[in-house]
Design a protein around this ligand. Structure first.
Ligand SMILES: Cc1cc2nc3c(=O)[nH]c(=O)nc-3n(C[C@H](O)[C@H](O)[C@H](O)COP(=O)(O)OP(=O)(O)OC[C@H]3O[C@@H](n4cnc5c(N)ncnc54)[C@H](O)[C@@H]3O)c2cc1C
Length: 851
């Protein structure tokens, strides 16, 4: 090949013997290598017959031409032609428009008229130079070779398959005599490289694939005739100097749904080479490019059965195996699959049973597990976990199902349900062995029968594992701290399936992590060993209310500024002489925005709940001294239950604290008084929670103002309550005798990071309209408002409230970053999980678990 070298100063000129100097069609082809921009060719016959080609600064090719007065310009979409590599360029012009081919691939074609202008002096072909209308010249630098010009156009296919040869088109070929040695320094270019492709094709599927003829493709002798199931073949293709495109189709002879088409394109331009595999839906493929250079392309193609089918097969194998091991009656699923008939069937009862088993406490969330396994022993848990792991199925773990973000379940997971593991035992030292299926209503009653108690939560149906591993806040926190402080040891199924008892002698770091480091992350806890404390003789659960709702109208009575109640409550919980108040909440109901917000005057419904250790007289004295004497006499005062040693603890003291009852409001509006424990209070309901914690010095003026502002908001609509839509905060006291007296060195004995905080702020919205939901289903006016309530939650989460920080994992909001929940302990928890949980691939994972 003769190569002509252009230095950016020289050019060639050649008179063309075109009839009347006019082209009606032409094709110009050349090889080009350049690292620059500039003109390549220019020809001017007259104002209606000319053309030019150039490289733009970004390496695109621009081609302008006028044939019989029709002026057009096109530019290749991709650039980088000036990458110092050889490229084969073809320019074609005809009545149909213009086309540019780069390395035998169509780069662009167009049929639009645009303007172009040339100097009228040119009537020859300029090579490596162009002149503009003012007669100014620019030059090309780089190399050109094998320049051919035909006075005709060709089909795209002819160009792509390199089917144009000088000899074939003798009659039309425009004879173009180049000097043998056009320039002094003409050099001989190395021939464009031979192109090679190597595809390592791994067939992981159980299907044999046969080469089939293709309707529209090239020769396929480069491809193997058969690709066996679970085998590997290497496809090697080596071809002409210009690059190539080859394709082959494979089918499975037994199953017409199994097949693929593999297409290989090799170009000298690295980014233009590729392998493409289209598969029928029963297959999946992945492609890894191993290397790509000007002359060689290497890739690995992996074929396997479609992942959905693989997962379905895995699920069937899992259910068969587990049924053998623990009995099929413990496995709830929506469909029964029969391998012989390849049919899945389900009865109405089964569908209902499955959907009931799916239910989470938070009805806002719908999750559809692959199967729900009702475990009744540690061994069941271990076998279920190992079988799921062996069959590559993700897991979820559920005890009470009260996780606010539904992380105890998951669509397309195997749900390991522990509610059946509900044994409780208390030894002579007061150490309670508690199965994870224990809900507080049963657990507290059983413990009280033994004369002991643990710091439990406020909701009767919450179960102990998620609660304790989240920290465990409740009506004993001021006096006895968080429940996690009492965990002595735990039986746990680790990531490798081993069952271990962890305590101060075996993996104490893991024990530390379970004390407030969040649920699930470290293993599946099958027994909790919790130290109890003696139950006092008399405990009273009481409520004080200010700015009550008038029962018949639900209108707020506005007597006492919220800020006064809030400030007093803060002072009470941080005082040293209020130890008999073992735990307390202050609930402040949100209300619609008012035109003139004044933090010192605004009034909300406020409800303080508490556990009082003592008798009624001492409680009365406390209320008088701490509230009435400060001008804050409660408008309503209620005793919900009196419990303690020898009483039915669960019934007396475990009625829900922090929910409102749609039923009660409806009864009030109808002129009847609410029930003491209305049936919807502990029922599952749709809701959303978000939280933060108040620093030890309290909210301060600015914090008070911001909190009250967030509770007086345009997203809270008039009439929400009457529809059963509630929007409020509950403040939960942490500060009290327990943490006030705890030495600093003891404060690091558990992973719960917020021991020095004054209290939690928990924003909540619920629409616990149980009855109306049943009656009206979707035709319920509450749904016109729920989005606003959820907006209120999100704005509240981001509201700037001075002197607050962090978030409480048990009040989970999945839009808060995980590290925020665990604060300064987060990194240590990550290390512990990595080191001790034997959970290499993080099977114990949900959105807010560790790592
Ligand atoms: C109405 C209501 C009232 C509440 N009141 C309080 C309160 O007063 N104080 C308080 O601190 N919190 C309270 N919470 C929050 C509650 O403590 C947490 O939601 C807690 O995680 C629930 O525990 P669970 O076992 O019932 O939940 P689940 O939803 O079953 O589990 C919660 C998380 O722990 C994991 N998990 C469950 N069991 C195990 C196990 N055995 N081993 C390993 N991981 C496990 C789950 O996978 C999930 O990630 C309340 C929640 C609700 C809905």
């Amino acid at each position: 090949m003769d190569v002509i070298e252009f230095s950016g100063k020289n050019h060639l000129e050649q008179a063309l013997s075109v009839a009347d100097k006019k082209f009606t069609a032409f094709t110009l082809q050349c090889w080009l290598r350049s690292s620059d921009s500039g003109p390549i060719f220019q020809y001017y016959g007259d104002e209606s017959n000319f053309f030019s080609m150039e490289i733009t600064p970004t390496g695109k090719i621009e081609f302008s031409s006028a044939l019989a007065g029709k002026v057009e310009t096109i530019q290749s979409v991709r650039g980088n032609i000036n990458n110092s590599q050889w490229h084969k360029l073809t320019f074609m012009a005809s009545d149909n428009g213009l086309a540019i081919f780069v390395n035998q691939k169509l780069a662009i074609s167009k049929n639009v008229q645009e303007g172009a202008s040339f100097s009228e002096q040119i009537n020859t072909l300029l090579v490596g130079k162009s002149c503009n209308a003012q007669g100014e010249s620019t030059f090309f630098s780089g190399q050109l070779a094998n320049i051919s010009l035909w006075e005709q156009s060709f089909s795209d296919e002819d160009i792509i398959t390199d089917n144009i040869h000088n000899d074939d088109f003798k009659g039309n070929l425009f004879s173009f005599d180049w000097p043998q040695k056009p320039l002094e320094h003409a050099v001989s270019a190395e021939a464009p490289l031979r192109q090679e492709v190597e595809i390592n094709l791994v067939n992981d599927s159980p299907f044999e694939l046969h080469l089939e003829p293709m309707l529209c493709s090239s020769e396929t002798n480069d491809f193997p005739l058969v690709i066996k199931e679970n085998s590997q073949v290497v496809i090697k293709i080596s071809d002409s100097e210009v690059g190539f495109q080859k394709a082959a189709q494979y089918m499975n002879r037994q199953n017409p749904n199994v097949g693929l088409v593999i297409e290989v394109v090799k170009s000298q331009v690295i980014y233009e080479s590729f392998v493409k595999v289209d598969v029928l839906p029963t297959l999946e493929r992945s492609i890894t490019v191993v290397s790509s250079s000007a002359n060689r392309f290497e890739a690995q193609v992996r074929i396997s059965e479609n992942l959905v089918i693989v997962n379905a097969n895995n699920l069937n194998a899992f259910i068969t195996k587990l049924s053998d091991e623990i009995g099929q009656d413990k496995i709830i699923k929506s469909l029964n699959y029969c391998a012989e008939t390849e049919q899945a069937t389900s009865s109405r009862e089964q569908i209902i049973a499955y959907n009931q088993a799916c239910q989470l406490f938070n009805r806002r969330l719908q999750k559809k597990p692959l199967a729900i396994v009702n475990c009744s022993s540690t061994s069941d848990v271990q076998k279920t976990y190992l079988a799921a792991k062996a069959h590559n199925l993700p897991i979820s773990v559920r005890s009470g199902g009260h996780d606010h973000e539904g992380e105890c379940s998951g669509t397309n997971t195997v749900l390991i349900d522990l509610i059946g593991l509900d044994d409780v035992d208390v030894d002579t030292n007061g150490l309670a062995t508690i199965g994870p299926g224990n809900r507080f209503i049963k657990l507290t009653t059983t413990l009280a029968e033994h004369g002991v108690m643990i710091p439990h939560g406020t909701c009767a149906t919450v179960a102990i594992p998620g609660f304790l591993m989240g920290g465990g806040w409740g009506p004993w926190t001021r006096r006895h701290g968080m429940c996690c402080e009492y965990l002595q040891k735990a039986e746990i199924v680790l990531g490798n399936g081993d069952i271990e008892i962890i305590d101060q002698d075996n993996k104490p770091e893991l024990l530390w992590a379970l004390k407030g480091g969040g649920g699930l992350s470290y293993g599946i806890v099958t027994k909790l060993f919790v130290q109890t404390f003696p139950l006092p003789n008399s405990m009273i659960k009481f409520e004080l209310e200010w700015n009550c709702y008038q029962p018949d109208t639900q209108k707020l009575t506005e007597n006492t500024p919220t800020i006064d109640i809030l400030t007093r409550w803060e002072q009470v919980i941080s005082a040293a002489d209020t130890a008999c108040l073992t735990g307390t909440n202050l609930k402040i109901n949100g209300k619609p925005a008012t035109p003139y917000f004044c933090a010192n005057k605004v009034k909300h419904n406020c409800l303080m709940y508490g556990y009082w250790e003592g008798d009624q007289t001492s409680l009365e004295r406390f209320i008088k001294q701490q509230f009435t004497d400060y001008g804050l006499k409660p408008e309503a005062q209620r005793i919900d239950g009196i419990g303690g040693l020898g009483t039915d603890y669960g019934k007396q003291l475990m009625s829900a604290w922090d929910r409102e009852s749609f039923q009660n409001i409806q009864l009030n509006l109808a002129g009847q008084s609410g029930l003491p424990l209305p049936p919807d209070l502990d029922e599952p309901a749709p809701h959303k929670i978000t939280s933060r914690l108040v620093d030890c010095q309290g909210l301060g003026d600015a914090g008070h103002k911001a909190l009250l502002q967030s509770l007086t908001a345009p997203d809270i609509l008039v009439g929400n309550r009457e529809l059963g839509l509630f929007t409020y905060v509950t403040l939960g006291a942490i500060d009290g005798a327990y943490y006030q007296k705890m030495p600093d060195e003891d404060k690091v004995q558990s992973a719960f990071p917020y021991k020095d905080k004054l209290y939690t702020i928990q924003y909540q919205t619920w629409w616990n309209n149980e009855l109306i939901e049943k009656e009206k289903l979707q035709n319920n006016p509450v749904y016109i408002r729920t989005n606003r309530a959820l907006d209120w939650m999100e704005k509240s989460r981001d509201f700037d409230i001075p002197n607050t920080s962090g978030a409480f994992i048990s009040f989970k909001d999945d839009s808060i970053p995980t590290s925020t929940y665990f604060a300064h302990n987060y990194q240590r928890l990550v290390e512990i999980k990595k080191q001790y949980s034997e959970d290499q691939y993080n099977h114990f994972r949900k959105r807010k678990t560790i790592i």
